[in-house]
Design a protein around this ligand. Structure first.
Ligand SMILES: [Zn+2]
Length: 101
């Protein structure tokens, strides 16, 4: 077992886990239920963590997560063609009216 990464959101960790499992890399989430004691420990300690079960998968897993992150890097802010609202680059649809990019 080797610790791969930690994130402040279980959603993010689950997302990574899905990516790795789709590539056949066995992994496990730790700290999944520690959110309740948040505030009593340094917050990084209670972040959900993703561990790879087989150390040999570690480098490949790290690469896959890096690729997943670069896919989601925020793009340029854009202006909605329907309502004219300014949107952050990471949104694929207008936050105001829901029109897709
Ligand atoms: Zn809009």
């Amino acid at each position: 077992m080797k610790k791969l990464t930690a994130a402040d959101s279980l959603v993010t960790i689950n997302h990574y886990k899905n990516i790795l499992e789709s590539e056949g890399i066995a992994c496990q989430i730790r700290n999944e239920h520690l959110g309740a004691i948040m505030g009593e420990m340094p917050f990084v300690e209670v972040w959900p963590q993703l561990w790879v079960k087989n150390d040999l998968d570690y480098d490949r897993a790290l690469q896959l997560i890096g690729e997943a992150n670069s896919d989601e890097s925020p793009g340029e802010p854009w202006r909605c063609r329907r309502c004219g609202e300014e949107n952050e680059g990471q949104f694929a649809a207008c936050w105001s009216c829901g029109t897709s990019l």
